[in-house]
Design a protein around this ligand. Structure first.
Ligand code: DGP
Length: 112
């Protein structure tokens, strides 16, 4: 499958990995929009939150928990944002579900 995140997970494309377990990885975003911009990516390929089932939702919950832990380790005590994009209107550019962690500066109040 021609998926850039599957290739990163398999090690076929290099990335800066901060965390890995059997279910997901956390890497630095290649095009950071904030001083801290990380991506949590499940190892199972599925496109977006629209494809969640109960099992996948548990993994996504663990991804959120891990990102919050990393945010604490990185000293983002003034706050941060965790988001996921879905489809064209959501500006999703990679069709493999991922969560963004953004922090380290004042983020925009407007979400869209
Ligand atoms: P989204 O627009 O929500 O689909 O975000 C995709 C993000 O993935 C975007 O912020 C840039 C990042 N990205 C794309 N290709 C690569 C890559 O090869 N390596 C890394 N580390 N990040 C990538």
């Amino acid at each position: 499958m021609d998926c850039i995140f599957c290739k990163i997970i398999k090690g076929e494309i290099p990335s800066t990995k901060l965390y890995e377990d059997d279910e997901f990885i956390v890497i630095k975003d290649v095009n950071p929009q904030a001083p801290v911009h990380l991506l949590a990516i499940p190892k199972e390929h599925f496109a977006s939150v629209a494809e969640l089932d109960d099992e996948r939702a548990v993994v996504v919950g663990k991804m959120i928990k891990k990102l919050a832990e990393i945010a604490k380790e990185k000293g983002l005590d003034d706050g941060f944002r965790i988001i996921t994009n879905k489809g064209k209107h959501g500006c999703q550019s990679v069709a493999h579900l991922h969560l963004h962690l953004l922090g380290g500066r004042q983020l925009d109040e407007k979400m869209g």
